[in-house]
Design a protein around this ligand. Structure first.
Ligand code: HEM
Length: 811
């Protein structure tokens, strides 16, 4: 074979399974043929040695043989067809341009964010955007959706010029082209079903991603799937545009500006805050903690519009993904005028929803938002909901099944969360807050959920559960020295997962939804039902479970060992506790904060003192820039997700739908509030569901009104019944283990992992005669010897879960 200069690189995807190939020994050319479509020639290259022709000939023969085998393999083994090959030149161009637009916008946004963080000019809306950024696999999912969306937008634009009449882009596409487009954008991969039969330990342990919890529908409840809808979305254009986007009337009334609603209904001063007489601030924080196990709605990674390049934070124009929050005239804090607004960003959409789905023809499919977490109560905020992250968070340097901890600092000898890489340090807030230019900064902490640094109280909970994992893993190693690192990790994770389900159902939810909803919807565990969809609903994440934004105190109390104000590290204003991990490192660790949470009352949500200024006027205020308003954000988000109004949800729950001020006054048990609401909205139908929900008087024994009690209880019912690995599902734990688990209390977890020696018996109830501070050693603890492995099986009294699952698969 002669040497040749015409070297062609062979791509596997260029070759199609056709079982037709041809080799010409004279020329050394291999040809793969797909009749009518494709022909590909391949020439083997040889390096002939001129010094020894015999050797050279032998080498040539060997190489030819290898070449023949290689090309034979390529020509006969089924390989994926490159989807590009089915695209028309126009579509191909649209796809390439769309990809370029999206990639450039993402890159620009990332670089811009990095620059702002490095220059320490992070504005409050930057902080929120960075916090809500999709990461890892979620980022790929969001990117795929954007590729698809933008390709179809460009196609529509370009064909529109050719065809005078308005055409859906997909009218010009063949079925094959659509399929190929979905493939190359990466959207097809998002819905491809994994094979649960080959997933290791699928009956024993949860996957990090929640995939294969439901064996028949493996993606139910898994991360990066759309939030489910209990009522259809109501977008302005019926498909994608936020409610009120086009200033058109809804039920004959314009929607009021969200900031106006916030000013008129939510405002309170810190002095006006009413304390809860029954529940501690820990109840509030535990709500946020649980939310970060269940929901995370990623934003668009782009800070500028794909279609016209407008920067969302330099303009008040409404153009995707910018959804600026307009400021009403006479706003007490924010500058008013045409060019004044709070920049805000749309939540990312899932593949093939919104306009792209419309373009796919058939029923227009409305825009859906993505949940980047699993719907299961699985402590994803500790362990991570993606395999890669989960692995990264583990301490792989020893065989103990431990979680990685901070290697630089400890808290009075106890473990702290590891730090993130230094690339983007949003937590370098110390110099600014303390006005000390010499102050040492620390990076953000890292955990299974990215919001770990949002406040130091939340960080304390992360720290507590991280330590509990390691404590349990060490104890299990003593009990079962033969267990390897993987078993120790998975068994500890499983135990902590059960804790969280117990804390939520036994200790937390009854205080929130009250005994009636508890009894009707969350009473006795009825067993696993594979037909129940555990997915989180949009209304839960975007409205109902945000109820506790009104139960947050304006201060985080920090107490000493005697439960008195800490002399060295006094209580911290909430607005000075955002992104401040250095307070945990340098200001006495987590103990003072945890003492504050378990002994100080929650804020009570009352109809005339709703949201504290730290959240409404100073959210993520780092320096002098426009701080965010969490009340406005909640309502803006609800409209952006197309959530139906208050009355639609009341009807959904079988509750009355007030038609006028008198009826609304009755529902709210408050005439003045009803008047104020109708002054803004005109009709109860239009009230933003979050606002309507948090305005209702509490159900008996709960901390939400009837609407949110219904929505929250229904959500948790689905999460419980749709979880194959729920801790009470027979086969998950042995009877003895379940009994041991039933002794767990949050107070004891605190005792076991901090320097705190006295705690209230019930960490959720304020101190009283029936809930006194007690010595830690008087509290029951989980007897881990129930996990001692005898002979060869973990627990002989476990039914065969594999057999149960096979029944499910075969049913
Ligand atoms: C100091 C405490 C808290 C702060 C600073 C805070 C802040 C925030 C912020 C900035 C957002 C994103 C808003 C948006 O852009 O739509 C958010 C979302 C949310 N918050 Fe809070 N929050 C706190 C406590 C709580 C509590 C106590 C709960 C519930 C019991 C809660 C539940 C939620 C939920 C469900 C979401 C939506 C999460 C998602 O799906 O992405 N938050 N919160």
């Amino acid at each position: 074979m002669n040497n040749t200069s015409s070297v062609k690189t062979l791509h596997f995807t260029d070759i199609v399974y056709n079982r037709q190939h041809h080799y010409d020994p004279q020329t050394g050319v291999f040809t793969c043929i797909i009749p009518g479509i494709f022909q590909f020639n391949f020439l083997c290259i040889s390096h002939i040695s001129e010094k020894n022709p015999l050797l050279a000939e032998a080498a040539v023969h060997t190489e030819m043989l290898l070449c023949s085998l290689f090309v034979l393999y390529l020509c006969t083994v089924p390989v994926q067809l490159n989807s590009n090959d089915f695209l028309s030149p126009l579509l191909k161009k649209c796809y390439e341009d769309a990809k370029e637009i999206v990639d450039v916008a993402y890159r620009f946004s990332r670089e811009e964010s990095l620059t702002r963080v490095r220059r320490e000019v992070v504005r409050p809306h930057d902080a929120l955007r960075l916090l809500n950024q999709p990461r890892g696999d979620t980022r790929s999912a969001v990117r795929s959706a954007d590729y698809l969306d933008q390709t179809l937008r460009l196609l529509q634009e370009r064909t529109h010029h050719v065809h005078k009449r308005s055409l859906n882009a997909t009218d010009l596409l063949t079925e094959e082209e659509l399929k190929s487009l979905v493939e190359i954008t990466g959207c097809a991969a998002r819905v491809r079903l994994p094979n649960c039969r080959t997933t290791p330990n699928v009956n024993k342990y949860r996957t990090a991603t929640g995939v294969c919890n439901n064996l028949k529908s493996p993606r139910l409840g898994a991360l990066n799937s759309p939030f489910t809808r209990w009522l259809p979305a109501e977008y302005d254009d019926g498909i994608s545009q936020p409610k009120g986007w086009n200033n058109r009337t809804i039920n004959n009334f314009l929607l009021p500006l969200v900031r106006q609603v916030s000013n008129n209904i939510l405002a309170t001063t810190d002095a006006g805050v009413v304390n809860d007489t029954e529940y501690t601030h820990m109840v509030t924080l535990f709500g946020q903690w649980t939310d970060h196990d269940l929901t995370f709605t990623p934003s668009s990674p782009s800070i500028r519009s794909f279609s016209n390049g407008i920067n969302c934070d330099e303009s008040c124009e409404r153009t995707e993904p910018c959804i600026p929050i307009a400021i009403p005239p006479g706003d007490p804090r924010l500058p008013t005028g045409k060019d004044s607004c709070i920049p805000s960003f749309r939540s990312a959409s899932t593949c093939g929803t919104g306009f792209s789905a419309y373009n796919f023809g058939g029923e227009p499919k409305k825009r859906e938002q993505m949940n980047a977490l699993t719907a299961f109560l699985d402590l994803g905020q500790v362990y991570g909901s993606e395999e890669k992250l989960a692995l990264f968070l583990r301490d792989t340097e020893n065989e103990g099944g431990l979680m990685r901890v901070n290697t630089e600092f400890r808290d009075n000898g106890r473990e702290l969360l590891p730090f993130t890489g230094l690339e983007m340090n949003m937590c370098a807030t110390r110099k600014r807050i303390t006005n000390d230019t010499n102050a040492k900064e620390v990076p953000c902490f890292m955990a299974g959920d990215v919001r770990v640094d949002a406040t130091i109280a939340l960080t304390s909970l992360h720290t507590l559960f991280l330590r509990e994992h390691n404590r349990v893993a060490r104890a299990l190693k003593r009990i079962n020295p033969q267990w390897d690192s993987e078993t120790l990790y998975q068994e500890s994770r499983k135990i902590l997962g059960a804790y969280t389900q117990i804390f939520v159902f036994r200790d937390y939810l009854p205080h929130i939804v009250g005994p009636d909803a508890m009894h009707r919807l969350l009473g006795r565990y009825p067993g696993y039902n594979p037909k129940v969809d555990p997915s989180v609903s949009n209304v839960f994440a975007t409205a109902a479970y945000r109820f506790a934004h009104l139960a947050i105190q304006p201060m985080f109390t920090r107490l000493d060992a005697n439960y008195r104000e800490h002399p060295k590290f006094p209580s911290v204003s909430l607005y000075r506790a955002f992104f401040t991990p250095w307070r945990i490192v340098f200001e006495g660790g987590v103990d003072p904060l945890i003492r504050g949470l378990i002994s100080f009352p929650a804020k009570l949500n009352t109809q005339d003192h709703m949201m504290v200024d730290a959240l409404r006027e100073r959210l993520f205020q780092f320096v002098q820039h426009l701080a965010l308003d969490l009340g406005s954000l909640n309502m803006q988000r609800g409209r952006e997700h197309g959530l139906p109004g208050y009355n639609a949800w009341r009807r959904f729950c079988g509750l009355s739908a007030p038609r006028n001020q008198a009826e609304l006054a009755q529902v709210m048990n408050n005439t003045e509030l009803a008047r104020k609401l109708l002054d803004l909205y005109g009709t109860p139908e239009n009230i933003d569901v979050w606002l309507g929900g948090v305005s209702e008087p509490f159900v008996c024994g709960g901390r939400v009104g009837p609407l949110f009690a219904c929505l929250i209880a229904n959500q948790f019912k689905n999460i419980q019944q749709g979880d194959r690995l729920w801790y009470e599902n027979p086969g998950v734990f042995s009877k003895r283990q379940r009994l041991a688990l039933s002794r767990v209390t949050l107070s004891r977890v605190i005792c076991d992992n901090t320097g705190i020696t006295t705690v209230p018996q019930d960490a959720f109830s304020v101190l009283s005669r029936s809930n006194r501070l007690v010595q830690c050693n008087s509290l029951s603890s989980v007897d881990l010897t129930a996990w001692r492995e005898r002979d060869c099986s973990v627990s002989k009294d476990l039914p065969d879960l594999q057999a149960l699952d096979n029944e499910v698969l075969e049913a």
